[in-house]
Design a protein around this ligand. Structure first.
Ligand SMILES: Cc1cc2nc3c(=O)[nH]c(=O)nc-3n(C[C@H](O)[C@H](O)[C@H](O)COP(=O)(O)O)c2cc1C
Length: 306
């Protein structure tokens, strides 16, 4: 029995990884558990220049998840390269760098830089952040811009490219197919849904940025449908993300068509959830007498069992 999965040319020992932005650079978690237990380490989005992010308040707890308007706050590529990368390269053998840019050139710049570092095994292109005015989700909702970014990065980047899509479109399968045709090796589905919360007492928007991205269990059924639809539309692997807070939730994504899964908001609720999910998946695979977890990928498309 094995939990090993392939994402393009990447071989992961198991399909479990953190979702970008909810796990910092891994340093905050390394004293809680051995990060090597995970399939990969995905770090917070890095941009070319440092970003302060949006005005507070930036995170608000909902009845079934979170709404955030962080706005890609990060220290920028140079600081990451100098100060963070040397500290985190020993944390995991599969380091996935999530990048965003305000232009195609910025994505290409970051991809070029990332290529110089053997320890960075793949890129996750964040074309889907709803909380930034320039770039961000605009790239993930504009088919032409998406194609341009993916093909420009493909031209110069030799390792796996994972495109992280936004759910804030009418038909995500069109964006999934366009990413595949432009050279993506895998897709991450999905980023947050745009939303808004009102402070009724003060009669004004609760978030400093007015709008934010909704995540957590509330979005899971929509995320599952998107994974299910995209599984039919593309032949590259899908990494499923959106509201995973239990073994069953992770299995839902896999059965809908995901090869691997990411956990976001639940890391803020329970920092020990990720390694426990790996253990639970191990037990599940053993008990189900499966040869490999990937036998379950997309099983609902085949009518399930029994
Ligand atoms: C506080 C917070 C910060 C996030 N920051 C990023 C980010 O920097 N880059 C990114 O690609 N996604 C970011 N996301 C989106 C998550 O990676 C994930 O796609 C989304 O939260 C759905 O998963 P979940 O329901 O498990 O949280 C962030 C989400 C949250 C809640």
């Amino acid at each position: 029995m094995s939990l090993m999965v392939n994402i393009g040319e990447l071989t992961l020992k198991n399909p479990v990884m953190p979702a970008s932005g909810t796990f910092g650079f891994g340093l905050e978690f390394k004293d809680f558990f051995d990060l090597k237990k995970l399939g990969a380490l995905v770090v917070k989005t890095i941009t070319k220049n440092p970003r302060l992010g949006n005005v507070p308040p930036r995170v608000f707890e909902l009845s079934s998840g979170l709404i955030n308007s962080i706005g890609l706050a990060n220290p920028g590529w140079e600081y990451f390269r100098e100060k963070i990368l040397p500290q985190i390269k020993a944390l995991h053998e599969v380091l996935i760098l999530n990048i965003a840019g305000e232009s195609v050139e910025e994505f290409v710049f970051l991809a070029n830089e990332a290529q110089k570092f053997e320890e960075i095994k793949a890129l996750e292109l964040n074309v889907s952040c709803p909380n930034v005015k320039k770039g961000g989700m605009a790239f993930g909702t504009d088919l032409e811009a998406l194609k341009q970014i993916v093909s420009a990065v493909r031209k110069i980047y030799r390792k796996p490219i994972i495109v992280k899509l936004t759910p804030n479109v009418t038909d995500i399968t069109i964006f999934a197919k366009a990413s595949e045709n432009a050279g993506a090796d895998a897709l991450t589905l999905i980023n947050t849904f745009t939303g808004m919360v009102i402070d009724v007492k003060n009669k004004k928007p609760l978030l400093g940025n007015f709008y934010g991205g909704v995540s957590g269990p509330a979005i899971r059924p929509m995320a599952i449908k998107m994974v299910y639809d995209c599984f039919k539309a593309v032949s590259i692997p899908i990494i499923g993300v959106g509201g995973i807070d239990s073994l069953d939730a992770a299995l839902e994504f896999i059965m809908a068509g995901a090869t691997a899964v990411q956990v976001g908001s639940q890391n803020l609720v329970d920092p020990g959830f990720l390694p426990r999910l790996v253990e639970q998946l191990e037990l599940y695979v053993k008990d189900s007498a499966l040869g490999n977890i990937s036998e379950l990928t997309g099983i609902v498309h085949r009518g399930g069992e029994g």
